[in-house]
Design a protein around this ligand. Structure first.
Ligand code: CA
Ligand code: CA
Length: 310
């Protein structure tokens, strides 16, 4: 091969290589583009399902807030075609302890008893209460094992405690030093409210609160809830028993009138503050809307106090 022929073959080889390289590059870019389009379409599907799930949750809220809807009404659950549904729960907000009222009163005895019930040690309870009190009080002086601004920043938080009553339950969740509570009772936050009256409604209270407030055994508290649930043993159904007077409630708890009176000012049998939780679902996508309403005999159409979404 002459030098000139070798040069031509070399140039043809380079050209071929360039063509192959451009084809590879175009293929690569096309695949990337397809992948990007696929991600975009997937995100659009997620957004659309999320939007629809929120619409369904809103429908549930609209139905549940109607004054004539009872907590066991079949309209509170509806399943549509193609994996779409909403499910609404109506309960008394007074099934929960009001954390701000407890902190305001300075009497944390009920919290000590509840945290003991959840197996926290006395020193763990002291630390948890110190942390909650430091969040609540207006000063910046940390209690022993409590936490104020400096401790929050040192722990990598972007802000310090509220130094005021809790505005939301998420703020209560943010208190520094509550890990032990989350460890021993992961759903502890569900026992609290910032809207409840301060008297716990025995017609809706969870077993733990019945035990701790009324000082009864687990067996007694369970038997009380069984009676409350009616013959079908299921809560929130038409046969549920609502205790209307203290004598009946005391008898169902196996307590004398005097024993009931010892905690009578901490409990109630009716409430005007209602929690409505509506879950909208589309396949595996879920949106939850929680609404707090206050409904009185004078105002049966109800006043909305809070609207939270997650
Ligand atoms: Ca403080
Ligand atoms: Ca029932």
């Amino acid at each position: 091969m002459t030098l000139r022929t070798a040069h031509i073959v070399g140039r043809r080889g380079s050209a071929l290589f360039m063509v192959l390289w451009v084809i590879a590059l175009i293929s690569f870019l096309t695949l990337g583009l397809i992948e990007l389009m696929k991600i975009d379409i997937d995100m659009e599907i997620v957004r659309s399902k999320d939007f629809r799930a929120r619409q369904l949750a809103e429908s549930g809220i609209a139905i549940a807030t109607h004054p004539s809807i009872e907590r066991y009404d079949p309209l509170l659950f509806h399943e549509f075609d193609e994996g779409e549904s909403y499910d609404v729960r109506i309960e008394s907000e007074d099934a929960r302890l009001n954390i701000n009222r407890i902190m305001q009163s300075g009497d944390t005895d009920i919290l000590r008893r509840l945290f003991t019930h959840w197996d926290l040690t006395q020193s763990e309870i002291d630390d948890v209460l110190a942390a909650m009190e430091d969040w609540f009080d207006s000063d910046d002086l940390p209690r022993l094992n409590g936490a104020e601004f400096e401790e929050y920043i040192e722990a990598g938080r972007h802000r310090g405690p509220g130094n005021a009553p809790f505005r939301t339950l998420d703020e209560l969740r943010e208190v520094l030093g509550l890990d032990v509570l989350f460890d021993k009772k992961p759903d502890w936050i569900d026992f609290f409210s910032i809207y409840s009256s301060g008297r716990v409604n025995l017609n809706d209270a969870p077993i733990d609160l019945i035990q701790v407030i009324c000082g009864v055994t687990l067996t007694r508290a369970e038997s009380f809830v069984r009676l409350r649930n009616g013959p079908d043993r299921e809560e929130h159904t038409e046969d549920d028993v609502m205790f209307e007077n203290q004598q009946d409630a005391a008898a169902a708890l196996g307590l004398s009138a005097d024993e009931f009176q010892s905690f009578g000012n901490q409990v109630t049998l009716q409430s005007s503050t209602i929690r409505i939780t509506s879950v909208g679902r589309v396949d595996e996508h879920e949106r939850t809307i929680t609404v707090i309403l206050r409904r009185t005999a004078q105002n049966p159409t109800a006043e909305m106090i809070a609207w939270e979404e997650e």
